[in-house]
Ligand binder design. Structure first.
Ligand code: TTP
Length: 636
């Protein structure tokens, strides 16, 4: 259920940028002969010409829709070019589109905080850039307004087609505008400049919404497509929301939206205005009630996250109709392929971005032979993620078997699987300089040691790779899950003080690392020590911070880990000291993969246990044997 976030005191400028018919544009860049032609990208499939997943605006003009299959599109538009999605391992290979999306993100991220929301859309927080423009070079003359900005659609600005540009120019440099509108005008100019840069450097067009919050920016970014932008001044918010169907609002597309319609007779967001906050809270609980009340007024405090990388990686495949999988051998065949791809992707994330995924989840859609109409769902199953293709394949199959067992409820009946997906989630950053963790994480099936990441490289994009990619699922995957947020909060509950780190860190850092060999055995580790360890971890939320060159300040790092700086002083349980005056790097003990811990030398393991159970092992820390020696900060 949605929860209202506190709104910031200061006005913000937020943009939502969405690529136009993205996959088609990528294909048109590969084959310029397709430019300006009715074109659609088709999902690999030989049934009725495959399913359309992206349709060019020229083809839309002929009535071609994404819901059509290739054969139908040809009937509607005989001249249409149908381009097949690249295929690898018998399923769609979206790498081409992912890296095209990364090109765009690299440009958009140049002007402010950037959150990659899906394969082809981002949120930008342009508040600082807009403030700077307002201070340094505010728009003051209609004639000098950047051409693309002058084409903006400004919500609530009445003008016929002939006057539109003239009015927009005037609006963008009104001297009598309030501060909020002035910032918004600067934001609109910045977004227009960014969109032109994207076009020049990638050949892709995009559309954008510019508003004071994410919710409004997202709602309008698709309003004038393709290649246009829409601005939402505060004064036009109420009119805009008044007629907006509830189901169009993010978070109201499902059961909550249906309940608003059925139980309260609310059809548009404007209809919600007639309910008091108390009434909405009474109906939907305190949090959701407040969220609805605020949403009706266009208020949203949701922040743009600084995130260019995915929160999870997923690979999926659907098996509709006759393609359904009906025995374990065929499930294993497909799962192996999906896991192989997932393994490659998390390994590449580790190599390029120094990020480790901790949880493997298996989702499936299934039905029982004798109960086709049953609503019982195949339960999603998760386990700690072990690196290495073979291990992931093995664990995924076990998860499948466990899920199937539950799903069948001990009935001896036939079954069929119509979709399978594996996801790697709970991804965390290895603190900078912890090169040795990369060595430890490398399981026997990982062929090569992870490369030292190149900080200048453009990060991988966050898209999931579902064979038939359904947007809402995709978005969901890109959002933090409640449990993830809860976890973060748990981390913040207590943290080991940076001041507790022991002195002479640099000496230890320069100590030669011993060679430690072993196999990753996270499951073994967890079955042995998980319950105590996890309970303690949950209550302790340990963080250890260490000195290291070139990293950010303690407070900043604490923020990165959602740890209030003051919380660090409350916990005197750990044992690392910091030489004063130098920078700090931190890691959260909860973020260390237990498999990694198990492979460390015994004295290090004892030390970690000491952090986890400080009262029982107050003096397990020994000079020269602390964990920091093994996860040392980078040396410049
Ligand atoms: P969208 O942004 O939803 O659509 P689009 O970019 O094709 O067109 P528009 O101009 O209307 O925004 O999706 C981005 C890409 O994601 C799309 O080009 C293809 C892919 N996609 C799928 O593979 N399956 C889907 O169900 C959807 C909705 C999109």
């Amino acid at each position: 259920m949605p929860v209202a976030k506190p709104e910031p005191q200061e006005p913000r400028v937020i943009a939502h940028v969405d690529m136009d018919c993205f996959y088609v544009q990528v294909e048109q860049r590969r084959n310029p002969a397709l430019r300006g032609q009715p074109t659609a990208v088709v999902q690999y499939n030989d049934w009725k010409g495959g399913g359309l997943i992206a349709v060019s605006y020229e083809a839309r003009g002929f009535g071609v829709k994404r819901s059509m299959r290739g054969d139908e599109a040809k009937r509607v538009c005989p001249g249409i070019n149908l381009v097949q999605v690249p295929v690898a391992r018998g399923k769609a290979d979206l790498n081409l589109y992912r890296s095209a999306g990364s090109e765009v993100v690299a440009i958009l991220a140049s002007k402010g905080k950037c959150e990659r929301a899906s394969i082809d859309e981002v949120y930008l927080d342009l508040t600082d850039a807009a403030k700077e423009m307002l201070l340094q070079a505010p728009p003051d003359s209609p004639e000098e307004i950047f051409m693309e900005a002058a084409k903006s659609n400004i919500l609530g600005l009445l003008s016929d087609a002939g006057e539109k540009e003239k009015n927009a120019r005037a609006w963008l440099c009104r001297s009598d505008a309030d501060y909020q509108d002035k910032l918004l005008a600067c934001g609109a100019i910045i977004v227009a400049q960014l969109r032109v840069r994207v076009l020049e450097e990638t050949q892709f067009t995009c559309s954008a919404g510019i508003a004071h919050n994410k919710m409004l920016a997202k709602l309008v970014s698709g309003m004038h497509k393709p290649a246009q932008q829409t601005v939402v001044p505060s004064s036009s918010v109420q009119d805009f929301l008044a007629s907006l169907p509830v189901k169009k609002m993010k978070q109201l597309g499902g059961k909550l939206g249906s309940s608003l319609q059925d139980d309260l007779g609310v059809e548009t967001i404007g209809d919600l205005l007639s309910f008091t906050e108390d009434k909405l809270q009474e109906q939907y609980g305190v949090n959701t009630g407040t969220w609805l009340w605020k949403t009706a007024r266009g208020i949203s405090g949701e922040e743009v996250e600084d995130r260019l990388l995915p929160k999870s990686h997923g690979c999926g495949k659907t098996f509709p109709g006759p393609r359904a999988l009906k025995n374990s051998a065929s499930v294993k065949g497909w799962l192996d392929q999906l896991c192989e791809e997932l393994s490659e992707r998390i390994q590449s994330d580790l190599n390029q971005n120094k990020r480790i995924a901790q949880t493997l989840t298996l989702h499936a859609r299934a039905s029982k032979e004798n109960e086709r109409d049953s609503t019982k769902k195949f339960p999603s199953k998760s386990c700690p993620l072990r690196y290495g293709t073979g291990k992931i394949q093995e664990d995924a199959m076990k998860l499948f078997e466990t899920g199937l067992h539950e799903f069948l409820e001990s009935q001896n009946t036939g079954w069929s699987i119509t979709s399978l997906s594996v996801t790697a989630s709970k991804i965390f950053d290895i603190p900078s300089g912890t090169s040795s963790i990369l060595r430890y994480i490398k399981g026997p099936s990982s062929a090569a040691p992870p490369a030292i990441p190149d900080s200048s490289s453009v990060p991988e994009d966050p898209s999931l790779d579902n064979d038939v990619f359904v947007k809402p699922i995709h978005e969901e995957q890109c959002q933090p899950s409640t449990s993830q947020k809860e976890d973060n909060n748990t981390h913040s509950a207590s943290a080991i003080s940076a001041k507790q780190c022991q002195a002479n860190e640099e000496k230890r850092i320069s100590k030669k690392l011993p060679e430690v060999k072993g196999t990753s055995s996270i499951l073994k580790f967890l079955s042995r020590g998980q319950s105590t360890l996890h309970e303690k971890r949950k209550s302790d939320g340990l963080i250890c911070s260490h000195q290291g060159p070139g990293s950010s300040s303690e407070a900043n790092k604490a923020e990165e880990h959602n740890v209030p700086a003051e919380a660090e002083d409350r916990n005197n349980t750990s044992s690392c000291a910091e030489p004063s005056g130098s920078n700090t790097w931190m890691f959260n003990i909860q973020d260390i993969d237990p498999a990694v811990v198990e492979e460390l030398p015994p004295e290090i393991q004892r030390e970690i246990q000491g952090w986890v159970r400080p009262s029982k092992h107050p003096s397990t820390k020994r000079r020269g044997s602390t964990i920091s020696s093994y996860f040392p900060p980078a040396r410049s």
